[in-house]
Design a binder for this molecule. Structure first.
Ligand code: GUN
Length: 296
Protein backbone atom coordinates (compact mmCIF):
# COMPACT_ATOMS: atom_id res chain seq x y z
CA UNK A 1 0.00 0.00 0.00
CA UNK A 2 1.43 3.37 -0.98
CA UNK A 3 1.23 5.96 1.79
CA UNK A 4 -0.83 9.13 1.59
CA UNK A 5 1.51 12.08 1.27
CA UNK A 6 0.74 14.83 3.80
CA UNK A 7 1.34 18.02 1.83
CA UNK A 8 2.81 20.50 4.31
CA UNK A 9 3.29 23.15 1.65
CA UNK A 10 -0.44 23.20 0.82
CA UNK A 11 -1.39 22.95 4.50
CA UNK A 12 0.87 25.88 5.38
CA UNK A 13 -0.72 27.97 2.60
CA UNK A 14 -4.14 27.17 4.11
CA UNK A 15 -2.96 28.22 7.60
CA UNK A 16 -1.53 31.48 6.20
CA UNK A 17 -4.90 32.10 4.50
CA UNK A 18 -6.71 31.64 7.83
CA UNK A 19 -4.20 33.95 9.53
CA UNK A 20 -4.70 36.59 6.83
CA UNK A 21 -8.49 36.43 7.35
CA UNK A 22 -8.10 36.98 11.11
CA UNK A 23 -5.67 39.82 10.52
CA UNK A 24 -8.11 41.50 8.12
CA UNK A 25 -10.90 41.19 10.73
CA UNK A 26 -8.68 42.56 13.51
CA UNK A 27 -7.90 45.58 11.34
CA UNK A 28 -11.43 46.23 10.10
CA UNK A 29 -13.42 45.55 13.26
CA UNK A 30 -10.96 46.52 15.98
CA UNK A 31 -8.44 48.81 14.26
CA UNK A 32 -5.57 46.58 15.44
CA UNK A 33 -2.69 45.37 13.25
CA UNK A 34 -0.74 42.45 14.76
CA UNK A 35 3.01 43.08 14.83
CA UNK A 36 5.92 40.63 14.94
CA UNK A 37 9.44 41.72 15.91
CA UNK A 38 12.32 39.49 14.82
CA UNK A 39 15.76 40.03 16.30
CA UNK A 40 18.85 38.72 14.49
CA UNK A 41 22.29 39.00 16.07
CA UNK A 42 25.22 38.44 13.72
CA UNK A 43 25.47 37.26 10.13
CA UNK A 44 24.84 33.52 10.20
CA UNK A 45 23.78 32.84 6.57
CA UNK A 46 21.08 30.27 7.40
CA UNK A 47 19.59 32.58 10.05
CA UNK A 48 19.58 35.48 7.57
CA UNK A 49 17.56 33.36 5.13
CA UNK A 50 15.04 32.35 7.84
CA UNK A 51 14.65 35.92 9.09
CA UNK A 52 14.08 37.27 5.57
CA UNK A 53 11.47 34.60 4.95
CA UNK A 54 9.71 35.32 8.26
CA UNK A 55 9.59 39.06 7.51
CA UNK A 56 8.24 38.51 3.99
CA UNK A 57 5.49 36.12 5.09
CA UNK A 58 4.54 38.39 8.02
CA UNK A 59 3.87 41.27 5.61
CA UNK A 60 2.07 38.96 3.12
CA UNK A 61 -0.60 38.07 5.72
CA UNK A 62 -1.13 41.77 6.49
CA UNK A 63 0.80 42.06 9.76
CA UNK A 64 3.51 44.56 10.66
CA UNK A 65 7.06 43.20 10.61
CA UNK A 66 9.79 44.82 12.70
CA UNK A 67 13.28 43.53 11.94
CA UNK A 68 16.16 44.31 14.29
CA UNK A 69 19.56 43.33 12.93
CA UNK A 70 22.37 43.68 15.45
CA UNK A 71 26.04 43.09 14.83
CA UNK A 72 27.74 39.94 16.08
CA UNK A 73 29.58 41.80 18.87
CA UNK A 74 26.40 43.23 20.44
CA UNK A 75 26.64 43.11 24.24
CA UNK A 76 24.16 41.17 26.35
CA UNK A 77 23.11 44.43 28.03
CA UNK A 78 22.26 46.04 24.66
CA UNK A 79 20.30 42.98 23.52
CA UNK A 80 18.37 42.85 26.80
CA UNK A 81 17.63 46.58 26.50
CA UNK A 82 16.15 46.03 23.02
CA UNK A 83 14.01 43.14 24.29
CA UNK A 84 12.80 45.32 27.18
CA UNK A 85 11.83 48.02 24.68
CA UNK A 86 9.91 45.47 22.54
CA UNK A 87 8.24 43.98 25.65
CA UNK A 88 6.86 47.46 26.40
CA UNK A 89 5.88 48.39 22.83
CA UNK A 90 2.08 47.96 22.39
CA UNK A 91 2.48 47.68 18.59
CA UNK A 92 4.58 44.51 19.05
CA UNK A 93 2.53 41.40 19.87
CA UNK A 94 5.17 38.77 19.13
CA UNK A 95 8.94 38.72 19.68
CA UNK A 96 11.33 36.18 18.20
CA UNK A 97 15.06 36.17 18.84
CA UNK A 98 16.64 34.06 16.10
CA UNK A 99 18.79 31.21 17.42
CA UNK A 100 21.60 30.29 17.63
CA UNK A 101 23.03 33.40 19.27
CA UNK A 102 26.75 34.24 19.19
CA UNK A 103 28.64 32.33 21.89
CA UNK A 104 29.15 35.29 24.26
CA UNK A 105 25.36 35.65 24.76
CA UNK A 106 23.47 33.49 27.26
CA UNK A 107 20.57 32.03 25.24
CA UNK A 108 18.49 30.99 28.25
CA UNK A 109 18.83 34.42 29.84
CA UNK A 110 17.89 36.16 26.61
CA UNK A 111 14.87 33.94 25.87
CA UNK A 112 13.61 34.25 29.44
CA UNK A 113 13.78 38.04 29.23
CA UNK A 114 11.02 38.06 26.56
CA UNK A 115 7.56 38.76 28.01
CA UNK A 116 5.90 35.29 28.07
CA UNK A 117 2.74 36.65 26.40
CA UNK A 118 4.87 37.85 23.44
CA UNK A 119 7.05 34.72 23.28
CA UNK A 120 5.75 33.43 19.93
CA UNK A 121 8.48 30.75 19.87
CA UNK A 122 7.07 29.24 23.08
CA UNK A 123 10.60 28.84 24.47
CA UNK A 124 10.21 30.93 27.67
CA UNK A 125 10.35 28.81 30.81
CA UNK A 126 6.83 30.03 31.78
CA UNK A 127 5.38 28.79 28.50
CA UNK A 128 7.23 25.47 28.86
CA UNK A 129 5.69 25.07 32.33
CA UNK A 130 2.20 26.09 31.18
CA UNK A 131 2.31 23.59 28.30
CA UNK A 132 3.59 20.85 30.64
CA UNK A 133 0.69 21.44 33.02
CA UNK A 134 -1.93 21.59 30.27
CA UNK A 135 -2.59 25.33 30.62
CA UNK A 136 -2.98 27.97 27.95
CA UNK A 137 0.48 28.90 26.64
CA UNK A 138 2.41 29.92 23.57
CA UNK A 139 3.32 26.64 21.82
CA UNK A 140 6.60 26.09 19.88
CA UNK A 141 5.92 26.47 16.16
CA UNK A 142 7.32 23.23 14.70
CA UNK A 143 5.51 20.86 17.08
CA UNK A 144 2.33 22.95 16.72
CA UNK A 145 2.55 22.48 12.94
CA UNK A 146 3.02 18.72 13.37
CA UNK A 147 -0.01 18.56 15.69
CA UNK A 148 -2.17 20.49 13.21
CA UNK A 149 -1.28 18.08 10.41
CA UNK A 150 -1.95 15.02 12.61
CA UNK A 151 -5.34 16.39 13.76
CA UNK A 152 -6.26 17.25 10.19
CA UNK A 153 -5.41 13.75 8.96
CA UNK A 154 -6.84 11.69 11.85
CA UNK A 155 -9.45 13.87 13.51
CA UNK A 156 -9.05 12.54 17.07
CA UNK A 157 -5.65 11.21 18.20
CA UNK A 158 -7.12 9.79 21.42
CA UNK A 159 -5.64 6.45 22.51
CA UNK A 160 -3.06 6.27 19.73
CA UNK A 161 0.49 5.06 20.48
CA UNK A 162 2.93 7.84 19.57
CA UNK A 163 6.72 7.68 19.55
CA UNK A 164 8.73 10.90 19.37
CA UNK A 165 12.35 10.27 18.41
CA UNK A 166 14.46 13.12 19.78
CA UNK A 167 14.30 14.99 23.09
CA UNK A 168 15.16 18.58 22.18
CA UNK A 169 13.52 21.49 23.99
CA UNK A 170 12.45 22.97 20.64
CA UNK A 171 10.74 19.93 19.12
CA UNK A 172 10.89 16.57 20.94
CA UNK A 173 9.76 17.55 24.44
CA UNK A 174 6.96 19.98 23.45
CA UNK A 175 5.78 17.53 20.76
CA UNK A 176 5.42 14.83 23.41
CA UNK A 177 3.45 17.21 25.66
CA UNK A 178 1.09 18.13 22.82
CA UNK A 179 0.46 14.48 21.91
CA UNK A 180 -0.16 13.68 25.57
CA UNK A 181 -2.59 16.62 25.66
CA UNK A 182 -4.47 14.95 22.79
CA UNK A 183 -4.62 11.69 24.81
CA UNK A 184 -1.96 9.70 22.97
CA UNK A 185 0.17 7.17 24.84
CA UNK A 186 3.55 8.82 24.33
CA UNK A 187 7.09 7.46 24.32
CA UNK A 188 10.08 9.79 23.95
CA UNK A 189 12.95 7.86 22.39
CA UNK A 190 16.53 9.11 22.01
CA UNK A 191 20.10 8.04 21.34
CA UNK A 192 20.25 5.87 24.51
CA UNK A 193 16.89 4.14 23.99
CA UNK A 194 17.22 0.35 24.14
CA UNK A 195 15.93 -1.49 21.10
CA UNK A 196 14.77 1.61 19.22
CA UNK A 197 13.50 -0.37 16.19
CA UNK A 198 11.01 -2.31 18.34
CA UNK A 199 9.91 0.83 20.19
CA UNK A 200 9.18 2.53 16.86
CA UNK A 201 7.42 -0.57 15.48
CA UNK A 202 4.75 -0.26 18.20
CA UNK A 203 3.80 3.29 17.16
CA UNK A 204 0.66 4.42 15.35
CA UNK A 205 2.33 7.85 15.08
CA UNK A 206 6.08 8.35 14.61
CA UNK A 207 7.56 11.85 14.91
CA UNK A 208 11.25 11.85 13.93
CA UNK A 209 13.20 14.88 15.17
CA UNK A 210 16.82 13.88 15.63
CA UNK A 211 18.67 15.66 12.83
CA UNK A 212 20.32 12.50 11.46
CA UNK A 213 19.81 11.88 7.75
CA UNK A 214 17.54 8.90 6.97
CA UNK A 215 18.23 7.17 10.30
CA UNK A 216 14.73 5.63 10.47
CA UNK A 217 14.41 2.85 7.88
CA UNK A 218 11.06 1.65 6.53
CA UNK A 219 11.20 -1.68 8.35
CA UNK A 220 10.90 0.17 11.70
CA UNK A 221 7.51 1.52 10.62
CA UNK A 222 4.33 -0.33 11.56
CA UNK A 223 2.06 -1.06 8.57
CA UNK A 224 -0.35 1.88 8.22
CA UNK A 225 1.37 4.17 10.77
CA UNK A 226 1.52 7.95 10.31
CA UNK A 227 5.05 9.31 9.96
CA UNK A 228 5.93 12.96 10.62
CA UNK A 229 9.49 13.74 9.57
CA UNK A 230 10.85 16.90 11.19
CA UNK A 231 14.43 16.42 9.92
CA UNK A 232 15.91 18.76 7.31
CA UNK A 233 19.37 17.41 6.49
CA UNK A 234 21.53 18.58 3.62
CA UNK A 235 23.58 15.71 2.19
CA UNK A 236 25.53 15.00 -0.96
CA UNK A 237 24.12 12.25 -3.18
CA UNK A 238 25.32 11.35 -6.66
CA UNK A 239 27.43 14.51 -6.66
CA UNK A 240 24.42 16.73 -5.86
CA UNK A 241 23.34 18.57 -2.70
CA UNK A 242 19.95 17.24 -1.63
CA UNK A 243 17.63 17.69 1.36
CA UNK A 244 16.56 14.55 3.18
CA UNK A 245 14.65 13.92 6.39
CA UNK A 246 15.39 11.78 9.44
CA UNK A 247 13.31 9.00 7.83
CA UNK A 248 14.23 7.00 4.75
CA UNK A 249 11.29 8.25 2.70
CA UNK A 250 11.10 5.58 -0.02
CA UNK A 251 11.10 2.54 2.28
CA UNK A 252 8.91 4.23 4.94
CA UNK A 253 6.33 5.33 2.36
CA UNK A 254 5.97 1.68 1.30
CA UNK A 255 4.70 0.76 4.80
CA UNK A 256 3.21 3.93 6.30
CA UNK A 257 -0.45 4.93 5.98
CA UNK A 258 0.60 8.58 5.68
CA UNK A 259 3.92 10.41 5.64
CA UNK A 260 5.29 13.95 5.35
CA UNK A 261 7.91 14.45 2.61
CA UNK A 262 11.18 16.40 2.93
CA UNK A 263 11.16 19.05 1.60
CA UNK A 264 7.51 20.13 1.55
CA UNK A 265 6.29 18.52 4.77
CA UNK A 266 6.86 19.94 8.24
CA UNK A 267 9.25 22.70 7.08
CA UNK A 268 6.71 25.17 5.61
CA UNK A 269 4.45 24.72 8.67
CA UNK A 270 6.95 26.30 11.08
CA UNK A 271 6.67 29.88 9.80
CA UNK A 272 2.91 29.47 9.20
CA UNK A 273 2.57 28.58 12.90
CA UNK A 274 4.75 31.53 13.90
CA UNK A 275 2.24 33.79 12.12
CA UNK A 276 -0.63 31.92 13.80
CA UNK A 277 1.02 32.39 17.22
CA UNK A 278 1.42 36.12 16.56
CA UNK A 279 -2.31 36.48 15.83
CA UNK A 280 -3.10 34.44 18.96
CA UNK A 281 -0.81 36.67 21.06
CA UNK A 282 -2.44 39.78 19.59
CA UNK A 283 -5.97 38.51 20.37
CA UNK A 284 -4.99 37.59 23.95
CA UNK A 285 -3.31 40.97 24.49
CA UNK A 286 -6.53 42.71 23.45
CA UNK A 287 -8.95 40.43 25.32
CA UNK A 288 -10.42 39.11 22.06
CA UNK A 289 -11.50 35.57 21.12
CA UNK A 290 -8.61 33.48 19.81
CA UNK A 291 -8.59 32.26 16.22
CA UNK A 292 -10.11 28.79 16.08
CA UNK A 293 -7.97 25.94 14.76
CA UNK A 294 -4.73 27.91 14.99
CA UNK A 295 -3.84 27.05 18.59
CA UNK A 296 -3.14 23.79 20.41
N1 GUN B 1 16.51 28.88 14.71
C1 GUN B 1 16.12 27.77 14.02
N2 GUN B 1 14.81 27.50 14.26
C2 GUN B 1 14.37 28.46 15.11
C3 GUN B 1 13.11 28.74 15.70
O1 GUN B 1 12.12 28.01 15.52
N3 GUN B 1 13.05 29.83 16.50
C4 GUN B 1 14.14 30.62 16.73
N4 GUN B 1 13.98 31.67 17.55
N5 GUN B 1 15.33 30.39 16.20
C5 GUN B 1 15.43 29.33 15.39
Amino acid sequence: MAANIIDGKAFAAKVRGQVAEHVARLKEVHGITPGLAVVLVGEDPASQVYVRSKGKQTVEVGMNSYEHKLDAETSEADLLALIDQLNNDPAVHGILVQLPLPKHLDEDLVINSIAPAKDVDGFHISNVGLLGTGQKSMVPCTPLGCLMMLRDYHGSLSGMDAVVIGRSNIVGKPMAQLLLGDSCTVTIAHSRTKDLPDVVRRADIVVAAVGRPEMVPGDWIKEGATVIDVGINRIERDGKNVLVGDVDFASAAARAGAITPVPGGVGPMTIACLLANTVTACCRANGLAEPEGLTA
